[in-house]
Design a protein around this ligand. Structure first.
Ligand code: ZN
Length: 267
């Protein structure tokens, strides 16, 4: 069973810079059992970083309309069976299960503030300006603010398909963004400028190898990288190859839409 000392020592070994915000991606289950659970991990994180951000996305609020913008990475009308199950966004709605229990426990900590985007909210501790910067039209604004603050990304056992920050680099490189729709109160709200699919992000792990710091923890790995350096490297790569980091899943609507922008038909 992992202890506070195990986790704090691993984080210390990453030699993270002091006083910069950290965007955390986590899947606690990958780390095995932790004595004291999430509270222990938060204490260990706090020993190396005071300013923390977790994604708290809520895709369960989404509905799919019958019609909408062209080449929008969605199959209109597909929501016939699922739209009725869409939940109404509210500020205490749990983050998606895929974000990990740690992310959802973080949401409930004293002092943590959450942005109010109905699909793409973030929770932050001592990063109010970044959290408040998000608007419906600019869902990635918190990532831009973290980048400006020389933030870092930490992956607790997760691979790069969880890297929300790469979506920000995609946008900087000019990649197509999408409109989605979510239930808010009695209304359906359009959410423009949303990122696409992250299932093709794995190759970035090799491309960024020289910038990623990594430590082992109970058979899992904690990896960390600086946003500014990674942004420079990946943006250049995406500008040279606009189809890089798209997934190969047959029928992936967002990746197909981006390929179509460059005249490439998907299978
Ligand atoms: Zn895809």
């Amino acid at each position: 069973m992992l202890t506070y000392r195990d986790i704090a020592t691993a984080l210390y070994d990453l030699q993270l810079p002091a006083d910069v915000p950290m965007l955390i991606h986590s899947k606690q289950a990958d780390m095995g059992e932790v004595r004291g659970g999430s509270a222990t991990i938060f204490s260990a994180l706090n020993s190396v970083a005071k300013r923390l951000v977790f994604p708290a996305f809520t895709p369960a609020t989404q509905v799919i309309p019958l019609d909408g913008p062209l080449n929008n990475g969605v199959r209109y009308g597909d929501g016939d069976n699922g739209n009725g199950d869409a939940v109404v966004f509210h500020s205490s709605l749990s983050a998606e299960a895929g974000a990990g229990q740690l992310a959802d426990d973080f949401r409930l900590l004293p002092g943590v503030h959450r942005s109010n985007h109905p699909i793409y909210s973030f929770c932050g501790l001592d990063v109010d300006a970044a959290i408040l910067s998000q608007t419906l039209a600019d869902p990635l604004a918190p990532l831009a603010a973290l980048y400006q603050a020389k933030g870092w990304v930490i992956h607790f056992g997760t691979d790069f398909t969880e890297s929300t920050f790469i979506h920000y680099i995609e946008r900087l490189a000019g990649r197509r963004q999408f409109t989605r729709w979510a239930r808010v109160g009695d209304c359906i709200v359009a959410c423009p400028n949303m990122p696409g699919c992250s299932r093709g992000f794995i190759p970035a792990e090799n491309w960024l190898e020289t910038t990623i710091r990594s430590v082992s923890l109970n058979g899992s790995r904690i990896r960390a990288y600086p946003m500014n350096l990674v942004t420079h490297m990946l943006k250049t790569r995406l500008e040279q190859d606009p189809l890089a980091l798209l997934c190969e899943e047959p029928g992936c609507a967002p990746c197909s839409a981006i390929r179509l922008d460059y005249g490439v038909e998907s299978n």
